[in-house]
Design a protein around this ligand. Structure first.
Ligand code: SME
Length: 161
């Protein structure tokens, strides 16, 4: 499937899931299914005042990394730098949190809503050097479409306190 078609399909899923608040989950399922080397596709939601990322909707193997402080791992570094990280070989990273031993490469793209950092798209691949410019362009185009679907962190009561 071409990236332009995938983006259109994601828009449809976001719209379809809007009223039930499941748009992001539908996007995770779609992309996990349609792109063979997207072995794990998910969202981390930002809590800026705690400098913490919390696991949101995802598709793929369950991960131990339910919460990630800013600065830790690739996700935490992207939260501090507020820029896309493309990691060709996770084995060469000092500051990396392994989701599974099978993961070889990763891309993390920040999501902004009204200029504020609210979440990240995180994609893991079992294929080394899986993510090219086409993935970066595609995911950076997808991120703003997802922004209005990022749940208010107030709906995650376990995060409070
Ligand atoms: N690899 C990420 C952690 C998230 S899991 O891969 C889902 C990192 O280094 O931040």
């Amino acid at each position: 499937m071409k990236r332009s078609e995938l983006l259109e399909a994601c828009k449809k899923e976001l719209e379809r899931g809007k009223t039930r608040g499941v748009g992001l989950q539908l996007v995770c399922s779609l992309l996990h299914q349609k792109v063979p080397y997207y072995d794990w596709f998910g969202f981390y939601l930002a809590i800026p005042e705690k400098r913490l990322l919390v696991l949101g909707p995802y598709e793929g193997e369950p991960t131990d990394h339910l919460r990630i402080p800013y600065g830790r791992g690739i996700c935490g570094q992207a939260a501090e730098r507020l820029e896309t990280f493309v990691i060709d070989d996770v084995g060469r990273q000092d500051n990396y949190l392994a989701c599974s031993i099978h993961v070889r490469s990763e891309i993390v793209v920040p999501v902004f809503k009204d200029g504020q950092f609210v979440a990240e798209i995180d994609v893991d691949s079992h294929t080394p050097d899986a993510f090219g410019d086409d993935d970066r362009v595609f995911l950076e185009a997808l991120a703003p479409l997802c922004a209005s679907h990022i749940p208010d962190i107030g709906s995650f009561p376990e995060v409070g306190g």
